[in-house]
Design a protein around this ligand. Sequence first.
Ligand SMILES: C[S@@+](CC[C@H](N)C(=O)[O-])C[C@H]1O[C@@H](n2cnc3c(N)ncnc32)[C@H](O)[C@@H]1O
Length: 203
Amino acid sequence: MTDQKAYWDAAYTTKGDNVSWYQSGPSRSLEMICAAATLHDVGIIDIGAGASRLADELLIRKFSDLTLLDVSEVALATTRSRLGEASGKITWIAADITEWKPSRKYEIWHDRAVFHFLTNSTVQDAYIEALKLATEPGATIILSTFALKGPEKCSGLPVQRYSAETLAARLGPDFAMYAKSVEQHPTPFGTTQEFIYAGFKRR
Ligand SMILES: C[S@@+](CC[C@H](N)C(=O)[O-])C[C@H]1O[C@@H](n2cnc3c(N)ncnc32)[C@H](O)[C@@H]1O
């Protein structure tokens, strides 16, 4: 965990919100989570939550069982401080997803721009193992990565790019894709990055 933690802590310490993946409103993620959530108390986990405003928006919409996981404690502290008192409603986990052992199940697993950093099959398998341990059949998995035409690097690190279909193939037969879309993400630097979003149901 040390290398990843140091890298990402430094990124958040030096850049704050001035990062390519910044979104003032995570609208596509929110739309997909709200469409999948049958009740306000469903367990939702955001993997590699960073300093995303997704948690703020989910709290506004009265979701009551939110967990944010990130390898960077600086990122989590940023979100915690922004949320103030409301941060007490959230479960915080500082962990590397490829080493994390979940202790409960979640109905909704969300990940924007984290899985694509895992560029070898060993760490991808470890992520998928955590995903399987943290979900049960019927759970919703919402993943967003750089598209095949997206950038080759994110935050200076190489990424594995996907189409919805290649992502589905990598996750394997335990996950049935029910939704897919492409998003042109406008970065704070005036450029555009192509992302894919895919929704899966755990079989
Ligand atoms: C590109 S940022 C995306 C942040 C957030 N999901 C968003 O959409 O704004 C990637 C995030 O994943 C976290 N991260 C990277 N590798 C990780 C790992 N192995 N385990 C957990 N978090 C990780 C980073 O700290 C960072 O917050």
